[in-house]
Design a protein around this ligand. Structure first.
Ligand code: PLP
Length: 393
């Protein structure tokens, strides 16, 4: 018997996936009506659309004028790999990781690029490594927000202002949700499919003057595929940073990216995006504070992500289960909500500890989260009642 009554109200938009993320409120395919279909991306209007994405992005995120911005293939992964393959090897590297994406970049650098002077600074899911131990004489690779752990760096104060190495930041689930300190970031990457709810496929790559200098003065010893090449004859290929993409982009995805950026401008820019995300996290924190069965995976409150909020089930009966059974429990919980059509794709990432993950970026309405909480309580009670019944049987 479930002691919790089935809620009457349902979230209007049940999309809480951590990527691709919910579209902006009010989105429909009519937002794509002005798409440059059937035309070359290298035509005047094509290049203008691509340049518009770059310049609106610069304005909203307040990226300094002397930083270069490119639209690149392969989403965030493409942008990060491009940076690692093009820049690393000039000096020692320090790799930071506290969840699966950071761990993936470590694997690239040690097993694929096979760099030998690599220091690792790692922490388990829920924690952050000791940032005071980072050596900024090295190139430093890190993730601003660990999407699969729901743990982010607290700010940019730990990053040295007079560093010798470059900082390479995978900011895919942080940009448009945090005020990033551009003066501390030499390479910043993200995908369109994350915080702004755009279409997948393309990534963004932002380079500081120091990163450009490295590109123009250092040639890695390994071959670089065309998709990764940012220089020609020792000079940056300028055109890539004004909208002449390396290869063919989807103009539908471009139109959608523009729609998202224009929405951000209409609602008040970066400050408004950040406020929406903070309000969403606050709503989840308030619910978690009054809910005995759930807690954050992040162990320190100011390191909790305000985009990918990862939760664990701390109810005694469930916590006592084996890891495999806790995974099964969390999957049944997410499955129940999916079948009810009230929350899609909220299971923890496959490599993360069992639990739930709620996307709380700006495209999610706080009112929809508020409507979801009673369903979470209901589904938890349902799945727990089944567990107790099965144990009895
Ligand atoms: C921190 C982080 N890095 C990289 C990726 C990969 O992004 P994409 O699939 O857009 O390449 C993700 C996707 O969730 C992510 O969260």
């Amino acid at each position: 018997m479930n002691p919790v009554q089935k809620p009457g109200m349902r979230p209007e938009i049940p999309y809480f996936s951590s990527g691709p993320c919910a579209k902006r409120p009010g989105w429909s395919v009519s937002a794509l009506a002005d798409v440059l279909a059937g035309r070359s991306h290298r035509s005047g209007p094509g290049k203008a659309k691509l340049a518009e994405v770059i310049e609106r992005t610069r304005a909203i995120l307040k990226i300094p004028d002397d930083y270069r911005i490119a639209i690149v293939p392969g989403s965030d992964t493409g942008a990060v790999e491009m940076a690692l393959w093009s820049l690393l090897g000039a000096r020692g590297v320090q790799m930071l990781a506290w969840e699966s994406f950071g761990a993936g970049w470590i694997s690239d650098v040690t097993k694929q690029l096979k760099l030998d002077d690599v220091l690792l600074l790692e922490a388990d899911y829920g924690a952050l490594p000791d940032l005071s131990r980072v050596d900024f004489d090295r190139d430093v690779v890190f993730t601003w927000n660990g999407t699969t752990a729901g743990v982010c760096v607290p700010d940019g104060e730990w990053i040295s202002a007079d560093r010798q190495g470059l900082t390479i930041c995978d900011a895919t689930s942080a940009v448009f949700a945090y005020d990033l300190p551009w003066d501390r970031l030499d390479v910043t990457t993200w995908s369109w499919q994350k915080v702004m709810g755009g279409e997948a496929a393309h990534g963004m790559l932002v380079l500081s003057p120091a990163a450009v200098e490295r590109l123009e003065t250092y040639t890695p010893p390994w071959p670089l595929p065309k998709l990764f090449r940012l220089t020609k004859g020792g000079k940056l290929i300028d055109a890539i940073f004004t909208g002449a993409t390396i290869n063919t982009p989807s103009m539908l995805a471009v139109e959608d990216a523009l729609d998202g950026l224009q929405w951000a401008e209409r609602i008040g820019g970066l400050a408004a995006l950040i406020d929406r995300s903070k309000a969403n996290l606050k709503a989840i924190e308030d619910w978690a504070a009054r809910t005995a069965w759930v807690d954050f995976l992040a162990t320190v409150p100011d390191r909790r992500s305000r985009t990918s909020v990862c939760l664990k089930v701390v109810d005694g009966t469930v916590a006592a289960l084996s890891n495999e059974d806790r995974t099964g429990f969390a999957k049944r919980l997410a499955g129940r909500l999916d079948r009810e059509g009230v929350a899609y794709d909220i299971g923890a990432y496959r490599d993360a500890p069992p639990g739930l993950r709620l996307w709380a970026g700006a495209t999610v309405e706080t009112s929809d989260l508020e409507k979801l909480f009673p369903w979470l309580d209901w589904a938890f009670a349902e799945v727990k009642a089944d567990l107790i019944d099965n144990n009895r049987g």
